[in-house]
Design a protein around this ligand. Structure first.
Ligand SMILES: [Zn+2]
Length: 200
């Protein structure tokens, strides 16, 4: 293969969910575009890479030019929703059911993969919860997987000494093993509304 084509194809094939065949098709598609589009694409990627950061408080993605939209005064500080990844926030938002704050764990507990409590933002979560004077409910929206459930229970035990805090978990509207990120907004909405107390 042409070395230049091979290089671009390999870069694209490294993206999630894209096989080598699709990568090559995308590479050839780029070749057919005008230079203006290519420049906008490159600049857009560069801007995204340089100016999108994780919020220091909640872990959501935010632009360096703007304060975090999920930590703003228009959010309900009495409810905090705990998710695995920043992308899960968009899934929850699409349901329109949650108007409170978020906390991104940056993963789930997974001893087999060597992910322990110190690899997640659990310490920050505990600090946030303990220091809060407004928080009344914590909704644990980790994925309904073995790891997601284990992480939910770990959080339940971690925060059990916060007086008056209601701990809940998404209802079983989401199939076991499914991922929030790919669930439809109606299923998320239902499982948020029918959330159940977390058993610790
Ligand atoms: Zn934030």
């Amino acid at each position: 293969m042409l070395p230049e084509l091979n290089q671009v194809t390999s870069l694209i094939a490294a993206l999630p969910g894209i096989g080598r065949k699709s990568a090559q098709r995308i590479a050839l598609h780029f070749l057919k575009q005008d230079v203006g589009y290519l420049n906008r694409f490159i600049e857009g990627l560069q801007d995204f890479y340089e100016n999108v950061v994780c919020c220091e408080t909640c872990g959501a993605l935010r632009s360096v030019r703007e304060p975090c939209e999920f930590c703003g005064p228009n959010r309900d500080p009495s409810v905090l929703c705990v998710v695995e990844q920043p992308s899960d926030i968009y899934a929850i938002e699409s349901s329109g059911e949650h108007h409170g704050l978020y906390h991104v764990l940056m993963g789930v507990l997974s001893p087999l993969d060597g992910v322990g409590p110190e690899d997640l933002t659990l310490r920050q979560l505990k600090e946030r919860v303990m220091q809060s004077t407004t928080l009344r409910e914590l909704i644990i929206a980790t994925n309904p997987s073995v790891e997601g459930n284990a992480t939910a229970h770990y959080i339940g035990r971690l925060l059990s000494d916060k007086p008056g805090l209601k701990l809940s978990r998404l209802a079983s509207g989401l199939a076991l093993g499914s991922q929030l990120e790919f669930a439809d907004s109606q299923s998320i909405s239902l499982s948020l509304r029918a959330r159940v107390p977390l058993e610790t």
